[in-house]
Design a protein around this ligand. Structure first.
Ligand code: GLN
Length: 454
């Protein structure tokens, strides 16, 4: 049914870069047989899923939305993908994304943008707009995204879907093509909080192949979402972040946010305002740390090891081949960030830029620590506006970066966050999102509160 739906709508939505019809059908048939024998591998056995094209999939193309990886077929699976396969989820295909996950609109994909199923003239968010649009358009019941600065949560907000960024180290990064190693996390993209929790239970947990993977037993997130769904918030302390509201926040988004705060109070939660003063510097710090890490990660695309190779006329040197390949293979946003990152890391400027940004990162973690000393969870709108028009912010990188204002602090501090659909804004009738943040390791809280808000 989902493959049929993809065939019917994906010409318009363009959520997928690659659909694996045969593979998905074969896996679904095996799952049917298993379940007929009473040997289902768990609740999600046989439920199809779409995977963001930044995760390595054995035998399936993995492009990261870039021309430089066109034609690359990984010889191995990311751990997240291995876990999906082991749990019996057929993989429908790979979803569109901003090139190397840099962007907030999916317009930086080298393969053309994804369109928001709510209004095809609008962006589906980014960088994981393909995963969110696939779920919103009923092309897939579940998807995997990755969130380095908001790429699961912001697309969730603007497409009316649920997106979760787990605690840093909670889900393995093995086989996830790194954008910024210290910020990247893979997580669920779904239509309900319970679906996200069930998927998180499948993909999460320790992986010896990822040196930053946390070694501990995690509670059942399915259980936490089930408890939350009763709607009782008695005894839960909720902090509203002062700095994530005000000028530049769309009135309709703020109005729906206020409705949900009222709902939490009615459900028995204690709601207080909490100031996180360093959050106003989060965006500036992020756009130094991320390009710094990204510029170093992307150095491996050297025309020798993977994907594209452009050989200029004559007798070119290895350096000529490398230069021509990168020139043709990387898009504008990727080049912009490589230049920014290389500059920020260069000797003489390192302390002034990268060093300062790391200090701000520490201050942001301290803001979270202080806040979580007073409240169980923090909330804010996920994104300042609803989905904007395709092309509207493409020539204005700063305007594009501002979309991530509310989502970036969680990545800098490594804490978990969920975006839940939060109703339609009055002025345009488009979806808005509410974000719930919890202390590191307390992902169960985002499921509990998220499910209560559904
Ligand atoms: N929009 C942010 C950026 O462009 C977030 C990216 C992400 O989370 N992958 O960096």
């Amino acid at each position: 049914a989902h493959l049929d739906r993809i065939a019917a709508v994906d010409t318009d939505v363009h959520a997928f870069l690659h659909v694996d019809r045969e593979g998905a059908l074969a896996d679904a048939a095996e799952s049917d047989a298993r379940r007929a024998r009473g040997e289902a591998r768990g609740v999600l056995d046989g439920v199809p899923i779409a995977v963001k094209d930044v995760l390595a999939t054995r035998g399936l193309p993995t492009t990261c939305g870039s021309k430089i990886l066109e034609g690359w077929v990984p010889p191995y699976d990311a751990t997240v993908v291995t876990r999906l396969r082991e749990a019996g989820l057929p993989i429908l295909g790979k979803t569109n994304m901003d090139e190397f996950a840099m962007g907030s609109s999916t317009e930086h994909s080298a393969y053309g943008p994804t369109h928001n199923p709510w209004d095809l003239d609008r962006i589906p968010g980014g960088s994981g707009g393909g995963s969110a649009a696939a779920v919103a358009a009923f092309e897939a019941p579940l998807a995997i995204g990755t969130d380095t600065g908001g790429s699961i949560r912001q697309p969730g907000a603007v497409t009316g879907t649920v997106g979760v960024k787990p605690t840093y180290g909670g889900v393995s990064r093995y086989g996830l093509v790194a954008l910024a190693n210290s910020l990247d996390q893979a997580g669920p993209v779904t239509r309900t909080v319970l679906d996200a929790a069930m998927l998180h239970d499948v993909i999460g947990g320790h992986d010896p192949r990822d040196s930053t993977s946390i070694q501990q037993e995690w509670p059942s997130f399915t259980e936490a979402a089930t408890v939350g769904a009763t709607g009782d918030m008695t005894g839960v302390k909720v902090g509203v972040i002062t700095e994530l509201a005000g000028d530049g926040w769309q009135p309709g988004v703020m109005a729906r946010f206020q409705d949900s705060i009222d709902l939490l109070v009615q459900a028995g939660a204690e709601v207080v305002e909490v100031s996180c003063p360093s959050f106003v510097h989060a965006l500036a710090a992020y756009y130094l740390i991320l390009p710094a890490e990204a510029s170093s990660n992307l150095a491996k695309f050297d025309a020798m090891r993977y994907g594209l190779r452009v050989t200029p006329e004559g007798s070119p040197s290895a350096e000529d081949v490398m230069r021509a390949t990168r020139d043709a293979g990387f898009g504008d946003e990727v080049k912009r960030r490589i230049i920014l990152g290389t500059y920020a890391l260069s000797s003489g400027y390192y302390e002034a830029y990268y060093g300062q940004a790391q200090k701000i990162r520490t201050l942001i973690s301290r803001d979270f620590d202080a806040a979580f000393g007073r409240v169980d969870v923090l909330v804010s709108p996920t994104a300042p506006t609803t989905a904007f028009k395709l092309g509207e912010k493409l020539d204005d990188p700063i305007a594009m970066y501002l979309n991530d204002l509310a989502t970036i602090p969680a990545n800098l501090a490594g804490v978990p966050g969920i975006s839940v659909p939060n109703g339609l804004a009055d002025e345009d009738g488009l979806p808005s999102g509410l974000q719930v943040l919890a202390p590191a390791l307390a992902d169960d809280r985002v499921y509990r509160v998220g499910a209560a808000l559904e």
